[in-house]
Design a protein around this ligand. Sequence first.
Ligand SMILES: [Zn+2]
Length: 86
Amino acid sequence: MTVYCPNCQSKARITSRNNLNDEKTVADLYCQCLNTKACGATFVTTLGFKHYINPPATSTVQLAANLLNTLTKAERAALLQGMPPG
Ligand SMILES: [Zn+2]
């Protein structure tokens, strides 16, 4: 991951991270501008999880299992044979 300096837009180095929640989805990143001759600023930027593009595999399996549990035995058997139930 690349962080850019807010002052000179040069690349910056992450020197430390401070997680702000137990899930570690939001964190303050302490950074140092690598343009040391003309800038060299140090700053804090925030990293935050936004949303999934694909759900985690465990969620997909759990979702399928929950759906299967709502079916009757006959419906499950029909589904496994590739036939519509009924
Ligand atoms: Zn800079």
